[in-house]
Design a protein around this ligand. Structure first.
Ligand code: GDP
Length: 220
């Protein structure tokens, strides 16, 4: 005989698992600016990508209840680095360098593309990439380029809208509909879209819950 939880109880239990996981210590373990520097890590992994200024540091800090985690290792001038954090011994959080910076030179874009492609091709434990998109703007050309890379590497990814506090309901609805239509044509895209505001705390516990479902199981 199996005990089945009703959907609300199951959701509450998953939210609690997310809360507990993200209440654990989160430590910086490595930064990689080249393919050779990419670390081999044992844990399941979730990566965060997004255009510069999308609110990626703010979201990672909100998820982990820290003010400075995503910035500590992001020293100016070294933004082309992939940063690896370990959360509670159960999940690696990976902060990919921001893309789509308007003033980036072709050389910088090529370095970014090579680094991120090397990362995506060599991560057997990578369970998901959260592609952060500003809720006011929706998907941009450079986001689509990243989605092409993710589809090409068969890496499961999910769109997470950021800064939803800056949009009204109608704007948000329209961006959501357009984004959903585009995702339907993308083989590696997760159909659900996250809605978050790091400053207001909106959607953070749901995202924690979702990511906790991708973490290593707790050992007996
Ligand atoms: P990153 O470059 O993607 O790491 O972006 P940051 O986290 O540094 O955020 C860029 C700017 O957006 C900063 O001025 C943040 O204060 C602001 N920001 C980030 N998240 C939110 C949010 O949820 N709501 C609002 N209103 N502003 C945000």
């Amino acid at each position: 005989m199996t005990d089945t939880l009703d959907p609300e109880e199951a959701k509450a239990a998953q939210i609690e698992r997310g809360r507990l996981l993200f209440a654990q210590s989160c430590i910086f373990v490595a930064g990689a600016a080249t393919e050779e520097m990419l670390p081999d890590l044992a844990l399941n992994e979730v990566a965060f990508a997004g255009r510069s200024n999308v609110g990626k540091s703010s979201l990672i800090n909100a998820l982990t209840n820290r003010n400075t985690l995503a910035r500590t290792s992001n020293t100016p001038g070294r933004t082309q680095q992939i940063n690896f954090f370990e959360l509670g011994g159960r999940l690696s959080l990976v902060d990919l360098p921001g893309h789509g910076y308007a003033k980036a030179s072709k050389e910088k874009i090529d370095i970014w593309t090579d680094l991120v492609n090397s990362y995506l091709k060599g991560r057997p434990k990578l369970r998901r990439v959260c592609l952060l998109v500003d809720a006011r703007h929706g998907l941009k050309v450079t986001d689509r380029e990243v989605m092409d890379m993710l589809d090409g590497s068969a890496v499961n990814y999910q769109i997470v809208l950021t800064k939803v506090d800056k949009s009204n309901q109608d704007e948000l609805k329209s961006v959501l509909e357009k984004t959903k239509t585009e995702l339907a044509k993308r083989p590696a895209a997760h159909p659900d879209i996250g809605l978050t505001s790091a400053t207001k705390g909106y959607g953070i516990e749901d995202l924690r819950a979702e990511l906790a479902s991708l973490a290593e199981e707790i050992g007996e």
